[in-house]
Design a protein around this ligand. Structure first.
Ligand SMILES: Cc1cc2nc3c(=O)[nH]c(=O)nc-3n(C[C@H](O)[C@H](O)[C@H](O)COP(=O)(O)OP(=O)(O)OC[C@H]3O[C@@H](n4cnc5c(N)ncnc54)[C@H](O)[C@@H]3O)c2cc1C
Length: 302
């Protein structure tokens, strides 16, 4: 079934045809996706998902594209963005144990949530400062740092499961792990409730600033990239292994292993997805050859 004939008839959805994914990924690489769809309401989203499921169209949930490596060639799929539909960000009464519950829609920028919390003096997610992308992406990836992960503050997730059923999943039903919330494939996250506490605005501001300052000192933030490329193997740091294997600064095309942080690959301008993949392959081979450790990608390769 042709994607265009199915999607053109849907109400209340912004559609872009053959949209370059390079515009929607922080690596700034990726060829055209057949359709980028942005439903303008949760109802329009539900209709779109039902149609996509019924017709068996390939679907790709796209948040901020900050953890994705898209292919150079065309992708015959529907890329779904929730930035016009799942945009709620509000406090709810009656959080657990007298705490505060904040609802955040999947399409909201994670840093918008962090800023909101500082402004509203809500404590509990300062360690997420500086992580790009959306709430949806952060939930799927269980984004975090050594200070904690988003699952630490989670009360529940709202999603549409692969069968099309709307579900609320309580934190206790989830098994979050390193860079995974364990949600399985094929579902669409709509939003979450975060359990927060009342804090001091000044203290929160200082904490966030400390986190951002550390990022500026240790990460090559001026270049298109996707953050850490490989997961840290148990008890080890991928960056340290890559650095000790002598790979800092190694370059294929315009893709380069950052000299500032060896687990980051930066795009120095015109890198292709293929360059980044080739560099990743080289890193995996060299690290395995030197230390016998198999590195696993943290980024999602489409
Ligand atoms: C400069 C920089 C710094 C970074 N630092 C960190 C860090 O400190 N810690 C960390 O954990 N990560 C970090 N990252 C990686 C990345 O920002 C996180 O993984 C982020 O949470 C991804 O969010 P996103 O919205 O961009 O998701 P995307 O990259 O768009 O998607 C990631 C995955 O989630 C899926 N997805 C997205 N939204 C939905 C949805 N609504 N429903 C279902 N599936 C969905 C996608 O299909 C994909 O599989 C960094 C990246 C960059 C560029």
């Amino acid at each position: 079934m042709l994607i265009s004939s199915v999607l053109r008839t849907l109400p209340d959805v912004e559609l872009r045809w053959d949209e370059p994914l390079a515009r929607h990924t922080t690596f700034r690489v990726g060829g055209p996706v057949r359709c980028l769809a942005r439903p303008r309401s949760e109802k329009a989203l539900a209709v779109l998902l039902a149609e996509v499921r019924e017709k068996g169209l390939p679907l790709l949930a796209l948040g901020g594209g900050s953890n994705i490596l898209a292919p150079d060639g065309p992708l015959d799929a529907v890329a779904l963005q929730l930035n016009l539909s799942c945009t709620g960000l509000f406090q709810e009464n009656g959080g657990e144990d007298g705490g505060i519950s904040l609802y955040a829609g999947a399409g909201v920028g994670l840093q918008e949530v962090v800023r909101h919390c500082v402004g509203a003096e809500l404590e509990g997610i300062e360690f997420l400062a500086g992580i790009p992308g959306t709430v949806g992406g952060a939930l799927v990836m269980n984004a975090g740092t050594d200070g904690g992960t988003i699952s630490d503050a989670l009360l529940s997730i709202d999603m549409i499961d692969p069968a099309g059923t709307a579900r609320r999943i309580a934190r206790q039903e989830l098994s979050p792990a390193y860079r995974s919330m364990g949600l399985g494939e094929g579902g669409i996250v709509l939003g979450c409730r975060l359990g927060l506490a009342k804090g001091s605005g000044e203290v929160l501001k200082a904490r966030v600033e400390r986190v951002l300052d550390r990022r500026r000192k240790t990460q090559p933030l001026g270049y298109p990239c996707a953050g850490s490329v490989f997961k840290n193997p148990p008890g080890q740091f991928a960056g340290e292994l890559i650095e000790k294997a002598g790979l800092k600064g190694l370059r294929i095309g315009d893709a380069e292993i950052s000299r500032k942080h060896a687990n980051w690959i930066i795009n120095r301008g015109k890198a292709k997805s293929g360059d980044i993949l080739a560099l990743m392959g080289k890193v995996e081979k060299e690290v395995f050859g030197t230390f016998g450790v198999r590195l696993e990608p943290e980024i999602r390769i489409l």
